[in-house]
Design a protein around this ligand. Structure first.
Ligand code: GLC
Length: 528
């Protein structure tokens, strides 16, 4: 079967500021990443999504781009980037970049020119409107991060510019063909350098209602980016896809479609001629409960199958609290550190056995929680510092982040960094890291897990069970996840052997139908 690589791939998100620090200034960079490519290859992932590395004043830590075709000196330069790409390719992995098409930084030369006045060459590269009749913003849209209007008034011209995010992130006007052409060229710049594709930031926002009508009153308090779903986005996506298709080698794009309903998200795959993949964010916002997950999976299977689209799964990223943190607090039962790690281990087993492409966020393979960030060290306007804490590489402080002056990294380390770090976990067969490696190796060796169908299987309350089956190879797996803090029993047709248990390495042999609290198992058909 000839399937594109991203369907069977497992992606790993690198948030470069916090991954590894090569120049010892307390902020991660490309040189640091270069020294850790082996960690990723040994882990067993197939592709890396690298969060933004472009020149930026860092109002939104790189998601405010002032030059799409360069590397911020904080992260290195184009030469180090080429070295990283070569190192990644040498190990048979792929690399996709984070492309931020909806907005630039206010420091981008296009916006600086636009600000010089209504007649500026680049004025119409952004979205400008006059005040509403009452002198206020042109419509009722709300920006992300703080409940403020998605518009800022330029005192010189008296007009307002649109920004779905910070005022330092003006939205580009994709209705202007010059913008579209220029943005296509930014893709070509990196495709020419050999990247395997892109993660496209809030791609749903590039299509705008030409009338910029008010959001319905009951929804208006929500940040508008989660409502922005315009038909005009689809021709834009088809033309972006054509740019990728100009290149050999299966280049791809996964979109951050910041909408929650899988049926809506699946529409962004078009007829196989728009996005190759899209994030499916429901699990980022739901609790660790069997019924919620069962419903989410069913809705996803439904919505994506209707569009013949391939699903994706993600538990954590740089925008939300880590799932270990989320699953340890309300509405979940209080749990000690060991119990919280067991929930995380069961969640990893689920993530890596579902039908669809999984995304791992750096550090989740170590079982990290969010850092506790004291008020004096808060830096993100969106309150997301906790999940962006530096990855601890070594057991002893400074955990692989030494600096000549002894200054601490840009954010504090996550809790328990003395135990939860790459060095310590590599030596322990029971570590979360060892579990991720086993899961990834298992997935790689199973056509059912990589490509097979998903069939829900009856199970008692609190347990999620499903079968994965690949007809071509007859490969088959059964997965059972006990979400509860109590033991549970399941009964399946046929006899099964335990291939992997989330909570230890000793449980092997015939499956007796018993699940320990917070345990997930992957089973294969018993011989005979
Ligand atoms: C996306 C990014 C987020 C960023 C925002 C604006 O949601 O994931 O980190 O702040 O877009 O670019």
């Amino acid at each position: 079967m000839n399937e594109p690589w991203w369907r069977s791939a497992v992606f790993y998100q690198v948030y470069p500021r916090s991954f590894a620090d090569g120049d010892q200034d307390g902020v991660g960079d490309l040189k640091g990443l270069l020294t850790k490519v082996d960690h990723l290859s040994d882990l067993g992932v197939d592709a890396i999504w690298l969060s933004p590395i472009f020149p930026s004043p860092m109002a939104d830590f790189g998601y405010d781009v002032s030059d799409y075709c360069g590397v911020d000196p904080l992260f290195g330069d184009l030469d180090v980037f080429d070295e990283v790409l070569a190192a990644v390719h040498d190990r048979g992995l792929r690399l996709i970049l984070d492309w931020v098409p909806n907005h630039t930084s206010i420091d981008h030369p296009w916006f600086k020119d636009a600000l010089t006045g209504p007649d500026a060459e680049h004025r119409d590269w952004y979205v400008w409107r006059d005040s509403a009749p009452d002198g206020g913003p042109p419509n009722n849209w709300v920006a992300a991060f703080a409940p403020v209007p998605a518009w800022t008034r330029d005192p010189a011209s008296g007009q307002w510019y649109l920004h779905h995010f910070l005022p330092q992130q003006p939205d580009l006007n994709w209705a202007n063909p010059a913008v579209e052409a220029a943005m296509h060229d930014t893709l070509r710049f990196w495709l020419d350098r050999g990247v395997d594709g892109f993660r496209a930031d809030v791609i749903n926002c590039i299509g705008k209602d030409p009338a910029l009508a008010d959001a319905p009153e009951n929804l208006a308090p929500l940040m508008h980016c989660v409502l922005n779903d315009e038909p005009g986005v689809h021709p834009l996506l088809r033309r972006i896809r054509s740019v990728l298709d100009e290149y050999p080698g299966d280049r791809m794009m996964i979109g951050e479609v910041a909408l929650l309903d899988p049926h809506t998200v699946a529409a962004y795959y078009g007829d196989g001629d728009e996005l190759h993949l899209s994030f499916n964010f429901m699990p980022l916002h739901g609790p660790w409960r069997a019924d919620t997950w069962r419903a989410n999976i069913a809705t996803t299977e439904d919505g994506f199958r209707a569009a013949d689209a391939w699903p994706t799964w993600v538990l954590s990223n740089h925008d939300v609290p880590r799932h270990r943190t989320r699953y340890s607090r309300w509405p979940h039962e209080p749990v000690d550190a060991e119990g919280s790690l067991q929930r995380t281990r069961a969640a990893a087993t689920l993530l890596l056995t579902l039908r669809g492409t999984p995304f791992i966020y750096q550090g989740e393979e170590l079982g990290l929680e969010d850092a506790v960030v004291p008020a004096a060290r808060v830096v993100d306007p969106g309150g997301r510092d906790g999940c962006r804490a530096p990855v601890p590489w070594a057991a002893l402080p400074p955990h692989g982040w030494p600096t000549p002056s002894g200054i601490e990294p840009w954010l504090p380390f996550p809790p328990d960094a003395t135990d939860l770090n790459v060095e310590a976990e590599l030596t322990s067969p029971d570590s979360v890291l060892a579990l991720y490696r086993r899961l990834l190796a298992m997935r790689r060796g199973s056509r059912a897990l990589q490509h097979g169908t998903y069939e829900p299987v009856d199970a008692p309350d609190g347990v999620l069970a499903f079968r994965r089956f690949d007809a071509e190879s007859s490969d088959e797996r059964m997965v059972a996840v006990n979400f509860t803090d109590d033991a549970a029993s399941v009964e399946f047709d046929n006899r099964w052997d335990v291939e992997l248990a989330s909570d230890d390495t000793d449980t092997t042999g015939p499956f007796d139908g018993k699940l320990r609290p917070r345990q997930a198992v992957v089973l294969r058909r018993a011989a005979g």
